[in-house]
Design a protein around this ligand. Structure first.
Ligand code: NDP
Length: 604
C-alpha cells in the first residue's frame, strides 16, 4: 500500500508556472538549422582530429581471412569479442580508428573525465577480468585500462588493426563472406562481422562566424592538449594555464567534469553557457577492497547489473545496490505511481505522476545551485529549466563550486549561444572576451545518418545498402539482426533493451547473443545466418506497440536527445526499445537464447 504521509511532506510546487517557464526556455533556444549549426573537424580544423595519444605505426596491408571482424574497438567490440572468445571463437579481429582499444574512453582524456554510472555496473567484464574498481565512479584512466585489460585477457590485441578506418564493407554472396576494405590498404575477408561504431565518436564544433580566424590556441575536449595546459589525465594540476586566459564553450556533461580543473588552474576562465546542465549530487568515494571481497561472490556483476536495471527500468527490485542519482529518480517515480489507487493508474495519470516526481527532483537540483554558488546572479543563471531527462543529467560535486573561484566567470548567453569568434577572443551578447585559448566542449554528432558517422555504407545481399534498408528508419530484430545483411550483427541499445542509464549492459547482452548465434551456426555447419523478413517485421511491430520514445520529447529544450528540437521525422518513432522495458527485455533475450531455437533467424 502507498505511504499516504509522503504526499503531505512534499513541498507545494507551482506546476503551471514551471511548465510555462520550461516552455519559454525551450522556445528561445529553438533554431531552424538544428544539427546543421555544427561543423566537423575538417579543413582548417583537420589537425584537431589527429590522434595526439599514439603515434601511427606503419604496417603491411592485410589480405587474409578471419572468422569474425568487428568495426570499433570500444566497449561494444570488446565485450562482443570477449564473448566470442569465451565461446571458443578466437579468430577475431577488431578494426579501430584510434591507436588502442577504448573507443570514447580512448579519445576522451580531458581532466576530470569519469563515468556517470557507477563503476560496478558501468565497467564491463569486471568479474571476468578480476578487476576491483577503485571508486564508485571510476576516472577515465582506469576505464581505459579496463578496456586494455579486456583486450589482453581475451587475446584481442594480436589480430587488432589500430589507426584503421573501414572504407568499404560488402557481402559476397557467392563466397558467403564479408569483404573488408580500409584506409590502410587492407582487403581481407570475414565469415561474420559486428558493428559497434558507437553514438558519440564524431566530434563537432559550433559553426560560429570567425571560428577559423582565432589566432590563439584551441582544441576540442576529446583531443585535450596537455602539452599546452600542463597536467595529465590523472588529474595533475594544469600548471601551464597559470598565466592564461581560457574560454570553454559548452556546458554539457564534458564541461561539467573539466571546468573545476580549469577554474583552479587558469588565470582567468570564461565558461560560455547556452543551456545550463542539471547538476545533481555525485557523492563519489573509494571502493573498500574488504567490502568488495565480501560482496564479489560468483555472479556478482550480473546481480548488480540486473538490480540496477530493475531499479531503473521496469523491474521489481526491493533493494537498490547502486543507490545513485539515476535510481533516485526512478524510485521517486515509482513512489508517485504507487501513491495512485490502482483504478487510477491510467497512462495519463501515470505520466502526471512521472512529471510530478521530475518537478520535485528538479526543484531540489535548482535549490542545490543556490546552496553552493556564492554569487546570486550566477546561481540564477546556472539553473536548468527543463525535465531532468530532457538533456543528459549530470552529477558533480565540484562543478558549481568552481564558480566561486576568483578567476572563474560564467558568461551566460540566455539561450543564444556564442555570437562569433574573433582573432583574439569570443564574442557573446556584443561583448568580446579576449583569451589565449578556446576549448570546445561542444560534443559529438548524434542526429546525423549512421552512414555519415561511420564513414561507409554497409552493403548486404544483392547490393542492398544499409542506408536504403533504413531509409524509413532503423529496422532490426533485437537491434542486432537486419534482413538482407547475413552474418552481420549490430551492437547498440536501440530496438533492444534501449537502457540509456547503463549502455554497457545493452552491449554485454548483445555480445552474448551474437556469440551464441555464431556458435550455433558453426556447430550446425551453417555458412549463413539471417533474420527473416517476417521476424524482423514482427519485431518492429512489437516495438511500435509500446509507449514510444521515453526521451527526446519535442517539448524539451533542444539538444541531441531531441534532434536539436527539430522534427526528427517519422523514422524516429523506431528509435525505441522493448515495450515492456529493459528488465523484461533482458529476461526475454535470455530465454530466446537459451531455447537454442533462435526463433526468427534462418541458418543456411
Ligand atoms: P554536449 O553535446 O552534451 O554539450 C555540448 C555543449 O555545447 C552544450 O552545452 C551546448 O549547448 C554547447 N554549445 C553548442 N553550441 C554552442 C554555442 N554556439 N554557444 C555556446 N554553447 C554551445 O557534449 P558533451 O561533450 O558535454 O557530452 C556529450 C555526451 O557524451 C554526453 O551527453 C554524455 O552522453 C557523454 N559523456 C559522458 C560522460 C560520462 O559518462 N561520464 C562524460 C562526458 C560526456 P546547448 O545545450 O544549448 O546545445
Amino acid at each position: 500500500m502507498a505511504d499516504d504521509t509522503s504526499a503531505l511532506t512534499r513541498p507545494a510546487i507551482d506546476k503551471e508556472a514551471l511548465k510555462t517557464r520550461y516552455r519559454a526556455e525551450r522556445d528561445k533556444r529553438l533554431r531552424a538549422d538544428g544539427n546543421a549549426q555544427y561543423k566537423r573537424l575538417t579543413g582548417r580544423f583537420a589537425h584537431y582530429a589527429i590522434d595526439p595519444y599514439t603515434p601511427l605505426r606503419e604496417r603491411a596491408p592485410k589480405t587474409d581471412h578471419v572468422a569474425f571482424a568487428f568495426v570499433g574497438g570500444g566497449f561494444a567490440g570488446l565485450v562482443t569479442c570477449a564473448r566470442l572468445v569465451e565461446a571458443g571463437i578466437t579468430d577475431v579481429r577488431i578494426v579501430e580508428k584510434g591507436g588502442d582499444f577504448g573507443g570514447a574512453w580512448y579519445w576522451n582524456r580531458y581532466p576530470g573525465a569519469q563515468c556517470d554510472t557507477a563503476s560496478m555496473v558501468y565497467m564491463p567484464l569486471l568479474e571476468e577480468t578480476g578487476h576491483t574498481p577503485t571508486e564508485k565512479y571510476a576516472h577515465a584512466p582506469e576505464i581505459l585500462e579496463q578496456c586494455q585489460r579486456i583486450g589482453r585477457h581475451f587475446g584481442l590485441y594480436d589480430n587488432a588493426l589500430f589507426h584503421t578506418e573501414i572504407t568499404d564493407l560488402s557481402w559476397d554472396d557467392e563466397r558467403k563472406l564479408w569483404v573488408v576494405q580500409t584506409n590502410r590498404g587492407d582487403e581481407f575477408t570475414a565469415s561474420f562481422i559486428g558493428l559497434g561504431t558507437g553514438p558519440l565518436h564524431v566530434a563537432k564544433l559550433p559553426g560560429l562566424p570567425g571560428i577559423e580566424d582565432f589566432h590563439g590556441h584551441s582544441f576540442h575536449t576529446s583531443r585535450w592538449d596537455y602539452d599546452y595546459t600542463g597536467g595529465d589525465p590523472n588529474g595533475a594540476p594544469l600548471d601551464k594555464l597559470a598565466n592564461k586566459r581560457v574560454a570553454i564553450i559548452g556546458t554539457g556533461a564534458t564541461a561539467v567534469q573539466c571546468v573545476p580543473h580549469l577554474a583552479r588552474a587558469a588565470k582567468e576562465l570564461y565558461v560560455f553557457q547556452r543551456t545550463p546542465s542539471s547538476v545533481d549530487v555525485r557523492d563519489n568515494h573509494p571502493i573498500d577492497p574488504d567490502w568488495f571481497a565480501e560482496i564479489a561472490t560468483p555472479g556478482w556483476q550480473q546481480r548488480w547489473l540486473d538490480n540496477f536495471t530493475a531499479n531503473q527500468a521496469g523491474g521489481t527490485a526491493e533493494e537498490d545496490l547502486v543507490k545513485d542519482g539515476w535510481t533516485d529518480l526512478s524510485r521517486r517515480i515509482r513512489s508517485r505511481i504507487g501513491d495512485l489507487p490502482p483504478q487510477e493508474r491510467t497512462p495519463m495519470k501515470m505520466w502526471a505522476a512521472w512529471e510530478d516526481a521530475d518537478f520535485e527532483k528538479m526543484e531540489e537540483i535548482r535549490a542545490r545551485v543556490d546552496s553552493i554558488v556564492g554569487d546570486r546572479e550566477t546561481a540564477q543563471k546556472l539553473k536548468a529549466w527543463y525535465r531532468q531527462l530532457c538533456k543528459r543529467p549530470c552529477f558533480h560535486d565540484e562543478y558549481l563550486l568552481a564558480f566561486n573561484e576568483p578567476g572563474a566567470r560564467l558568461i551566460d548567453t540566455d539561450g543564444k549561444g556564442v555570437e562569433r569568434i574573433t582573432a583574439t577572443g569570443v564574442v557573446a551578447d556584443g561583448a568580446e572576451y579576449e583569451v589565449d585559448c578556446i576549448i570546445y566542449a561542444s560534443g559529438f554528432e548524434v542526429g546525423t545518418e549512421w552512414t555519415s558517422r561511420s564513414g561507409f555504407d554497409l552493403e548486404g545481399r544483392d547490393g542492398l545498402k544499409i542506408s536504403e534498408a533504413w531509409a524509413e528508419g532503423m529496422k532490426t530484430k533485437h537491434g542486432i539482426h537486419v534482413h538482407g545483411f547475413p552474418n552481420a550483427f549490430f551492437v547498440q541499445p536501440t530496438q533492444g533493451a534501449n537502457l540509456i542509464s547503463n549502455v554497457p549492459h545493452n552491449l554485454t547482452e548483445a555480445g552474448r547473443t551474437i556469440a551464441m548465434v555464431i556458435r550455433h551456426a558453426l556447430d550446425t555447419g551453417a555458412r549463413e545466418v539471417e533474420v527473416t523478413k517476417e521476424a524482423q517485421d514482427a519485431w518492429v511491430e512489437l516495438l511500435l506497440s509500446g509507449p514510444g520514445r521515453m526521451i527526446g520529447s519535442s517539448d524539451c529544450t533542444p539538444g541531441y536527445y531531441n534532434n536539436e528540437g527539430q522534427d526528427p521525422g517519422p523514422a524516429a518513432r523506431l528509435n525505441v526499445g522493448y515495450p515492456a522495458g529493459a528488465s523484461a527485455y533482458f529476461k526475454y533475450i535470455d530465454q530466446w537464447r537459451a531455447s537454442g531455437a533462435f526463433e526468427g533467424l534462418e541458418f543456411r
